[in-house]
Design a protein around this ligand. Sequence first.
Ligand SMILES: NC(=O)C1=CN([C@@H]2O[C@H](COP(=O)(O)OP(=O)(O)OC[C@H]3O[C@@H](n4cnc5c(N)ncnc54)[C@H](O)[C@@H]3O)[C@@H](O)[C@H]2O)[C@@H](O)CC1
Ligand SMILES: Nc1ncnc2c1ncn2[C@@H]1O[C@H](COP(=O)(O)OP(=O)(O)O)[C@@H](O)[C@H]1O
Ligand SMILES: [K+]
Length: 498
Amino acid sequence: MRIVTASEMYEVDRFTMEEVGLEGKMLMENAGRAIAEGIMKEISKQDEILVLTGPGNNGGDGFVIARTLYLKGYRVRVYSLVPEEKIKGDALYHLNILQNVGVPFHRLQNGELAVRLEGMDVIIDAMLGIGTKGALRSPYAEIVDKANKCEQAMRFAVDIPTGLSSDEGVETEVAFKAHKTFTVQCPKESAFIEANAQYYGELEVVDIGLFTESLVNRPGKKVWLKEDVVRTFPVRERFSHKGSHGRGLIIGGAPNMPGAVMMAARAALRAGAGLVSIAASHHLISTIAPYVPEATYTDLNLKTLDIDSFHAAAVGMGLGRSEQSASLFEDILRLANIPIIIDADGLYHLKKMKNMLKEHTAPVVLTPHFKEAADLLDTTVSALKQNPFSLTRAFSTEYGVYFLLKGPYTIITTTDGDQYVVTTGNESLAKGGSGDVLSGILLGLLLQSHHITEALCNGRFIHGKTAEILTRHTHSRYDLLASDVIEGLPMTLRTICK
Ligand SMILES: NC(=O)C1=CN([C@@H]2O[C@H](COP(=O)(O)OP(=O)(O)OC[C@H]3O[C@@H](n4cnc5c(N)ncnc54)[C@H](O)[C@@H]3O)[C@@H](O)[C@H]2O)[C@@H](O)CC1
Ligand SMILES: Nc1ncnc2c1ncn2[C@@H]1O[C@H](COP(=O)(O)OP(=O)(O)O)[C@@H](O)[C@H]1O
Ligand SMILES: [K+]
């Protein structure tokens, strides 16, 4: 499913209207009806419903929603924040129909609002949509603030909550706090910015028949969905052998961190890897081996270890940050001609030698969380949280790497600048070890997939999905351990990726 900026959405609108020939009035009818259908599932006919409308097409959607609810017997009224003479085009067309049908319609007058908002059971925000520019002006800011204080009311937003930008990179001062946002056709970029989650609430996408094909040839952004996993998950052939599913190498294991490589190896095997080898300090091998008897072990000595005899490797989990491990990491990066995942301490060392990535010809996957990523990109966590799409895209294309920016909304960027968002998972994963398990799953899928992007998206999807399934059935969001996710993978794989 495409994710769009405001200008991309306007291009989709233009294409649909000018080149396909669907009229704007009809699209507005489709949007309003689809959103009204969604809202009706959440409210009752006893509710007092208020639709707040603005000057543009977002307001036009609001008129259609109000009419649809009114004709179905709901107690609804419309308050326009602008005089009628300011309403034009398709929105005016639908305002006329609203008034012909007899839906109660008012223009907000000074002082009236406080009275009218009180006691409302449902408030629908159709004030501003993707046409918003800059911070909210009066009276929008005041009205949004009052609406947010109506604690008893269910609040719904149309397309985007009023006050937010559609695009990343814009700081929000005041915005409508929706319990649920019904967004038209494509989620907007800003829906995946952490600070905006409190305004969007739950997000539902409504299909109104717009043609997104006009965007096909650009580097784009998409949400990776279950249907994408089902479509692309590697198929296990009846006559395959262990070599068919890839030989993976995990390099790490400082003496004080035996768990990281152990979990990564177990996760890679559970995700379907054919063979997994762990290269670690020989002191560690006897400690780890009983926990992962299916793996093979080798002393971490680059004079004897033939990295290129494997199909892919993961490095950095529990590698340590000493100077010795820094030079070991540098040697690995210089020697490896296979796809390599770099995580944790590997990312720490990479900061000082990132130019090596430009000469490196085999695929490199970086899997930083926000702090690690901010350090790599020479920026701050807050700047990165506001501009995660553009900053990671710039880095990926400059250094020629796959970039998996870890978080509740994980952004995966390819070397070409295409981006995929994976939103599975929950706060049970906010615990030490989760990243090691993810790296193992990613390695397991990299070994089995023909496409690196699919391996990364599918791996991140099943990691999060497993946490969701486990916290629904057998665990709480407090007790779940990273290793429980490894043991929960069978449930996800049996249901999603048969
Ligand atoms: N074909 C289309 O164009 C469709 C558009 N749709 C709806 O139309 C919306 C976009 O419509 P518009 O382009 O008319 O834009 P908006 O409805 O977002 O309105 C933009 C207007 O709001 C005012 N405004 C902008 N920033 C402001 C600020 N900071 N403070 C106060 N006022 C401000 C300006 O007067 C501006 O002209 C979408 O979000 C969606 O809801 C849907 O009806 C589906 C079809
Ligand atoms: N609140 C959350 N919601 C969803 N996923 C989360 C959340 N917190 C962490 N995660 C996931 O857990 C993993 C944590 O990785 P990382 O921070 O590297 O952990 P560690 O280094 O402790 O193993 C990432 O995949 C991230 O997407
Ligand atoms: K809105």
